[in-house]
Design a protein around this ligand. Structure first.
Ligand SMILES: C=C(O[C@H]1C=CC=C(C(=O)O)[C@@H]1O)C(=O)O
Length: 378
């Protein structure tokens, strides 16, 4: 077995299928499952070359692609035409919050500082996230968490990825989540993306719920926050695609917890050798998870939050023809190798007009997806 390494990767570690497939992506139109490992790859550039050489790749890219990725050349990639089958969603052991990182008060203070910076510098948008550490009373089974995520929202993009190929502390760690956001999809020469940015909570009352959606669609602050993502995607796709079709304004998208502003983009690939993985690397990190300008936002995030690992990265696959799909790795948690410790993340786009307490509430609502799957109610 040969193993690719990013410059700063610790010794990679092959995932095993002992506890279920090392990669599952459940989409509304089908499920992609990787079985067996022919190779592990921590360097995205090597993965790009492998796809160009006719190999299949599946796995996860970190938020900061200078960090090691968790990619494999699987033994086999199965594709079905339905979401991941869940039947009756299984239970999970009791999971409790150990601590918030940072505290909610500190997150609010960080947002407030970011707003000052956004008003006084060339930074236009920055996505700030916070984490929650949790303890499970007994080892969590990532398959149960995935089944609960998909059962709660079959129209979402549920995923469970073994992060072992990234080596070091990632060995045996599972990234599980349900993302509402398609970073990029390539089918032949057709390239599609569905960036999301701008959020409002759902409400059980249908009238109130619809009013919240309408208010989001008209919110200048959210439309501004959203526009940076669309602009960035257009710019990143331009060298690689022609006929980039962008609707005149965003449409509303929903998850069980949130309304979002979304813009479906469509383009034609110039060079058919450019794979879905290459496209994902060209557009990532978008201002849906990083900010505008990208470098300044990235520096701000690393300075304020430290490393994010695989939260706000991407999960997906590319087949031997270069077709594939990559989701933005949000609404997720990382389950430790022992199944007893979990770290969940949620973030939100901050612009000059952001209000710190609303931004804190928005992250709490976003945590709802993974917390429900973990059975956490507080
Ligand atoms: C960064 C996250 O969400 C992104 C995707 C949709 C809406 C977002 C927002 O309104 O801030 C974020 O850009 C997250 O869920 O952690």
């Amino acid at each position: 077995m040969t193993t690719g390494t990013a410059p700063n990767a610790a010794t990679p570690h092959p995932p095993t299928d002992g506890a279920g497939p090392h990669f599952v992506l459940s989409r509304p139109h089908g499920t992609v499952t990787a079985h067996g490992v022919a190779d592990t790859i921590a360097d995205p550039a090597e993965a790009v070359a492998r796809v160009r050489a006719g190999h299949v790749i599946a796995g996860a890219l970190p938020f900061d692609v200078r960090e090691p990725a968790a990619l494999t050349v699987p033994g086999r990639l199965d594709v079905t035409s339905t979401p991941f089958p869940v039947g009756t969603p299984p239970g999970v052991p009791a999971v409790t919050v150990r601590r918030h990182l940072p505290t909610p008060a500190e997150h609010t203070r960080r947002v407030s500082d970011a707003v000052t910076r956004l008003r006084e510098t060339s930074l236009r948008k920055v996505v700030l996230a916070r984490a929650v550490e949790l303890d499970a009373a007994e080892p969590l089974d990532h398959r149960a968490v995935l089944a609960r995520l998909v059962a709660a929202d079959p129209s979402g993009n549920g995923y469970s990825v073994d992060l072992s190929p990234a080596g070091g502390d990632h060995r045996g760690v599972r990234l599980v989540g349900s993302s509402p956001e398609v970073l990029i999809r390539r089918q032949g020469r057709t390239v599609t993306c569905h960036p999301l940015a701008g959020s409002a909570p759902r409400d059980p009352d249908p009238d109130l719920d619809a009013a919240l959606g309408r208010a989001l669609a008209e919110s200048t602050k959210d439309l501004t926050e959203h526009s940076y993502v669309v602009e960035s995607l257009k710019e990143s796709l331009a060298p690689l695609c022609t006929d980039i079709e962008v609707p005149s304004g965003p449409v509303l998208a929903t998850t069980p917890q949130l309304w979002h502003l979304g813009t479906p983009l469509r383009a034609t690939l110039r060079d058919p050798r450019v794979s879905a993985l290459e496209l994902a690397l060209a557009v990532h990190p978008t201002p849906a998870v990083c900010g505008t300008p990208t470098d300044e936002a990235m520096r701000t995030i690393l300075d304020v939050e430290g490393g994010r690992g695989f939260y706000a990265g991407a999960v997906g696959w590319s087949d031997a023809s270069g077709d594939g799909e990559w989701m933005v790795a949000i609404r997720c948690a990382q389950i430790a190798a022992d199944g007893l410790r979990v770290v969940a993340h949620a973030g939100g786009g901050i612009v000059a007009a952001s209000e710190p307490n609303s931004e804190l509430d928005e992250t709490t609502t976003k945590f709802g997806t993974i917390m429900a799957a973990l059975g956490v109610t507080d």
